[in-house]
Design a protein around this ligand. Sequence first.
Ligand code: 13P
Ligand code: SF4
Length: 358
Amino acid sequence: MTIKTLTHHDRTEMSVDEIYAELSEKLGAFTPDFELRIKAELAHEINRLKRERNAVILGHNYMEPALYHSIPDFVGDSLGLSRKAAQTDKDVIVFCGVRFMAETAKILNPARTVLLPSEKAGCSLAESITAEDVRGLRRRFPGVPVVTYVNTYADVKAESDICCTSSNAAAVVESLDADAVIFLPDEYLARNVARETGKHIIFPVKTPHGLHMDDHIDYQMIGWHGRCEVHEKFSVQDIEMVRAQFPDVVVLAHPECSPDVVDAADFSGSTNAMIRFVEEMDAPRYLLLTECAMGDNIAAANPHKEMVRLCSVRCPHMNEITLEQTRDALLYNQYVIEVPEDIRVRAYRAVERMLAIG
Ligand code: 13P
Ligand code: SF4
């Protein structure tokens, strides 16, 4: 299961003082008190608006700590949150995450109003490929199934046979009864999946005359050159430096990191898999090679475990989502996510096929 409910009681009923007390307990060690007070007031207002609008708030694991620990009804990774979006009967889904996640919610549950609190919350992977790029690959490799990472926009999903997330990518590739697959658009995730599944991989080069590649190589996976602008920053040298200083450190890397980094780490998995791993492991110290806010969120939930920081690495898109923006989303009904119905129906097939795999 890739989702967890934040509290056993209904958080929307909490007073400002109760929210403040909870935030203080979890975040007081590294957040100024006046900031927690302001954020508690904002969270209280958001909870009131959430009740008024009959809304559900979904929060990705990369949300900043005060938001993560106060307003979401559910927190989780891309896969878990898309399941929650598909299941909800609330009128409004506020997606505290990035655009492709909010679009996936709309694809799965079109009768709801889906709000993304910032217009600027994009993703470098989603920007790296267009629907026409996918059509070009299909022309070049007729009959080869297309697996698309969920970190893409709806029109790209609509050109795909099946989607995947970081938590099920290898399972999705292995579920296809095919000699070869096209896997888009994350180069590093594709390389990591190719290694995990024992497949050979090539990357076509885009030229003015179309797609170019060496036809004589034996390959079963065709990739693309998209990169996550956050995870591509981590290097093996980072790991070596931290290991030299803290020999007992346990290193976790998201599969959007390069294969060398994943190799040098002790564990690789989706954001939820990393959270679970730290919760279940007994080691005193962890290095998380992923978005920095998640390290703060794990530290808050596991006060006796130390998170070693490389904290200049924040996702600028996830960072766009603040408590203020979330309040305004509910107040002013912004920013409404729309997906044209012909695209939605085709994208739905690819996402639903993935969800059926589990
Ligand atoms: P998860 O599916 O692991 O949450 O990853 C989403 C993402 O955008 C990671 O950068
Ligand atoms: Fe996209 Fe990377 Fe940000 Fe995730 S961390 S939303 S993959 S840019």
